[in-house]
Design a protein around this ligand. Structure first.
Ligand code: 5GP
Length: 206
C-alpha cells in the first residue's frame, strides 16, 4: 500500500497500548500483530535492563546505561517511564510522533504503571489489557521462561494479581489463551479497526 492509500484507508492513526502482567505474552502477540498488519508499528522502548540471550539491540529494546536513560528522561524524551522489577523502562516520544505522523498506528508494549501514565497524558490513547486464562497458566509461563529466580517469580506473580484486580483504565481486555497468541493478535487488530471507525475519532495528541 502506498502512503496516500494508507492515509485513505486509515485516516485516524492511533496510539495503542498493550499492557498486562509480566509473562502474559504481550511481546509475542504484538510481534505477530505487526507481522500480519504493517499498519501497526511497534515502538522499541528503552531500558536499563541487561540484554538477554537472543535479544537484538534496537530491535527488542534500546539498551541504555542508567546515565543515558536519565538524560533521555530529563530532556522530556520519554512519553512515559517506570521502574519494573528493578530496572527502568521508557517509551521514546520521538518514535511515537514519527509513526503517527506517517499515518500508522503506534503500538506500545508496556507495564501497567506506564499504561496509567499514557492514559493520563493522552486521553485518546487506546488501552488494551492482556490477561492469562488463569493465574496457574501465568505462573507456568513465568517458570518456563527460566530467567526468573524463585523470589523474582513470586514478585511477578504478586504484581500480576494486583494489576489484574483493577483493569478499569482499559478500553478492552483480551485473554491470551495458551498457544493461541495469533488469535489474540487478530482480536487486537479487530479492536483497532473498530475503534478507528469510532465517531468522534480518537485523536491522540502528543
Ligand atoms: P522484560 O524485562 O521482561 O522484557 O519486561 C518487563 C516488563 O516491562 C514487561 O511487562 C514489559 O512490557 C515492560 N516494559 C517494556 N518496555 C516498557 C516501557 O517502555 N515502559 C514501561 N512502563 N514498561 C515497559
Amino acid at each position: 500500500m502506498t502512503d496516500p492509500d494508507r492515509r485513505m484507508a486509515f485516516p485516524n492513526p492511533m496510539l495503542v497500548v498493550v499492557s498486562g502482567p509480566s509473562g502474559v505474552g504481550k511481546s509475542t502477540i504484538v510481534a505477530e500483530l505487526a507481522r500480519r498488519h504493517p499498519q501497526v508499528v511497534p515502538i522499541v522502548t528503552a531500558t536499563t535492563r541487561k540484554q538477554r540471550a537472543g535479544e537484538v539491540p534496537g530491535v527488542h529494546y534500546h539498551f541504555l546505561g542508567w546515565d543515558d536513560f536519565a538524560a533521555l528522561r530529563e530532556r522530556d524524551g520519554l512519553l512515559e517511564w517506570a521502574e519494573v522489577h528493578g530496572n527502568l523502562y521508557g517509551t521514546p516520544i520521538d518514535q511515537v510522533r514519527g509513526i503517527l505522523a506517517a499515518g500508522r498506528d503506534a503500538i506500545l508494549t508496556i507495564d501497567p504503571q506506564g499504561a496509567r501514565q499514557v492514559r493520563a497524558r493522552v486521553p485518546d490513547a487506546l488501552l488494551v489489557f492482556v490477561k492469562p486464562p488463569t493465574m496457574k497458566d501465568l505462573t507456568r509461563r513465568l517458570r518456563k521462561r527460566g530467567s526468573e529466580s524463585a523470589e523474582s517469580l513470586e514478585r511477578r506473580r504478586r504484581d500480576a494479581e494486583y494489576w489484574m484486580a483493577d483493569t478499569g483504565d482499559y478500553d478492552h481486555v483480551v485473554v491470551n489463551e495458551t498457544g493461541h497468541s495469533a488469535e489474540a493478535a487478530e482480536r487486537i487488530w479487530e479492536i483497532i479497526q473498530s475503534e478507528a471507525r469510532r465517531d468522534p475519532p480518537r485523536r491522540p495528541q502528543i
